[in-house]
Design a protein around this ligand. Sequence first.
Ligand code: MN
Length: 735
Amino acid sequence: MDENTSVELMYNELKEQAAELFSEKDAAVVDKAFNVARERHNGQRRSSGEPYIIHPVAVAKIVLDYGMDYQSVAAAMLHDTVEDTDLTLEEVKKDFGTEIAALVDGLTKLGKVPLDIKDKEEQQAENVRKMLLAMSEDIRVIIIKLADRLHNIRTLNFVAPQKRRDKALETLEIYAPIAHRLGIRAIKEELEDRAISFLDPVGYKEIEDELSKQGKSHKEFLETIKKQIGERVCTVVPEAALEARIKSVHGIYRKMYMQNKNFDEIYDIYAVRIIVNSVIECYDCLGIIHDMFKPIPGRFKDYISTPKPNMYQSLHTTVIGKAGIPFEVQIRTWDMHKTAEFGIAAHWKYKLGLNGTEKFEERLAWIRQLLETQKEADDVKDIVMTIKSDLVTEEVFVFTPKGDVIDLPVGSTVIDFAYAIHSAVGTKMVGAKVGGRIVPLDYKVQTGDIVEILTSSQPGKGPSRDWLNIVKTSSARTKIRAWFKKERRDENIVEGRSELEREIKRNKMRFTDEEYQKLIETLAERQHCATVDDFYAAIGYGGLFISRVMPFIRDEYNRIASANQPEKIKVQDTSKSTKRAVGEGVTVEGIDNCLIKLSRCCAPIPGDEIIGFITRGHGVSIHKRDCSNVPKDITACEEPERWVSARWLTGNTMQEFKAGLAILCESRVALMADVATLLADMRVMINAINTRELKDDRAYIYLTITVKSTDFLNVVISKLKKINGVINVTRSSNS
Ligand code: MN
């Protein structure tokens, strides 16, 4: 078929749809937008070789399918014109009016990366910031942007491999979470599935194969339960609609690879959805389901009476079906269904004053909060951290005593909860009660917890610096730092100055007053501080790590030294000092009083040669020296100053440690029993056990065991290796 004909065909479908949905006048605007876009993009081609106009038409179609207005559809049609063709914004304004021009302008700005920013991470941060700003101004911009990304990732296989990976990763880390937050499920799931298929084609295919291998039985299973449920439900709620589906590949992928589960171990592959007319009918249906099948305890969730923060409402329950196969049932009304599928796109219209305003505002509150966080953040990269850490991780839903729901990332503490309610609550916090009982400040909140924050309004009360090591969310961390920044400025200046001077002295560097003054001024400027005091204050409240400025000071010192006295010996980075931090049976040299954590990637145990890494705001993580995450040559790596020496404490402080083992073996039924018997004979405690079948009749057994030392662990390993059928035994991360 001729290229132009296929463009026509594609567009005609959209045109017909627009004619049905919009008035004649509005549909004409969409049509005009198409003609302008086609004319301007004429001659341009996509990486696939297709005419460029295919892309804007496809994006406009997605936007239209999501029930957006004609202005959005027209803007989607024009979204790449101002950036990529000679069409100017003034012309758009003249031909299409200010509203559409503003949308196109928002989209154009989102696409542009400032040239002066070279650092990739900073570029991404800048983009995210712009997206949030655009969202807070007009949410339609971001819905069009999501549609743009969706079409781009659908056609990503025509792009060069490196760029493909970058785009896929950005999609997974930034765009999918935004779609999730806006409640647009279908876009979120497709973005995730497609991103994974590019990032890990092998893993993705494995799941696809598994699904298609069992394709027929999956279908049969789904059809049978759908029929069974349908027959019973229809006697009570005749108009109920039923859907049965297999959950998204990405969902299965996450469970298989991140939680190290077998395909057969994943419970929620199947989902049945029942859509009814009223809330009462929802609960009626729930009763029928629980009467028909055995519910799995702890899996029932009532998101109707307490909606998720992204306004999602439904009843969820997991039940056991035929042959012991569990499946999830979601029950909701049509209204709830619309919100679940289209999210904010289903609500944005009401912004103009009808009902639903509150819901809309609640969703936007999230965006505002992120923007606030960003304003207070010292480093533009923090905002990307926020997006990645706060959005990608799973959430827990926690209640205030009044019954309001606060959602937090898994691992959040009561301090995070306090700050999520309000900065003032966090600042005045002195303790917390969960379910009426006092808990420590590092208590990690769980879904369903009712948390009461105890506050004191005594003057002088404020957060403690230790909290920075306890909190999980970057918004709480930012707020704590902001407090120290504001309330303790004089203290911070003094603290920062003496900290820096101590560090310079410790490194045996000497400057004349004049040299020192000049050095500090340059440093302040480099760190974007308005004054030297601001610079000291930033160090004082922990917004700026000394380790980040030390390399520069050292260079400066060496420069001055070699200019003045060429024979003078240059300073090296001597980490010898009396300062040390202790924790987890480890001491770290050169740092005092900070959180120490054994890293999960290599799970070091006493006896292993180890090294510490100063993380951003999470204390020091301890790795094995030969861990793949540790650079072979520290001095040649990017941030050598962040690697610090660490060693195990000896003597009676030695505790027991968990070690992970991976046993590669022939898949012989009795083998697991042999392994368990051996460990029991050696009095070794098994913390976790997991298996994974390989294609060639072999299998992996993953074990987490508790041992006292490396020596003993080595004995365990050598005995395991002697078991008949075991091919190899290696250390792995704790699972
Ligand atoms: Mn585009």
